[in-house]
Design a protein around this ligand. Sequence first.
Ligand code: AMP
Length: 219
Amino acid sequence: MKRELIFLGPPACGKGTQTNHLSEYLGFPHIDTGSLLRAEIAKETEDGLIAKSFIDKGHLAPVRIVGNIIGKRLAEKDCEAGFVLDGYPRSMEQALILEEIREKLDGDNKVDFKAIYFDIDTKILIERIIYRQSCPKCGTIYNKKFKPSKVENICDICGVELKTRADDTEEIAKERFNTYYEQTAPLIEFYENKGVLHKIDANGSIEEVWNRLRKIIEG
Ligand code: AMP
């Protein structure tokens, strides 16, 4: 049966790390709207440049732009057996668009659909964001305060210079949290009412959270 897994949770809750790992584990593509949008920005496409003006303020990129990106991506062949969707939907409007996309793709076929919510103590998250660095080559995430690279600003694995995301400043991060609480958090109840929500305790080490996630996936 096709498996469709979507992930909800505040910025920097660890979804990226866990969903990356999960997609390798299950052999399904990891589809992350934040990265897809950053790729559009890097290519300087028209939609990318429009999206950038929202991302730079900590707001959601326009529904049309993200909907188009996701609609096309989920229709690709490598999503036929399943996908791990990270960062979409982020609003009620997007959740309804996702239902339409899924109806078109899956028709009456039975699908194992799960919405997994990362429940975490948000006090530490701002520091996770403002000290975050990542490797542009292998994607490994570091944190200058909690998980520094061995040599400052250099990836332990690839030896290339680490990058900081343009929207990982304190000011933008605070706005991203406001956006999350106003627009994304209501989806928890939406999926709970549909009986597809799985809550995971996202506090603790990467390994602890991974073990909890695997139980949900295999359970
Ligand atoms: P992330 O990499 O998931 O932290 O996302 C970075 C930024 O990309 C967010 O703060 C939003 O501005 C934008 N973004 C990511 N996913 C979406 C989405 N589903 N809808 C609208 N904007 C998004």
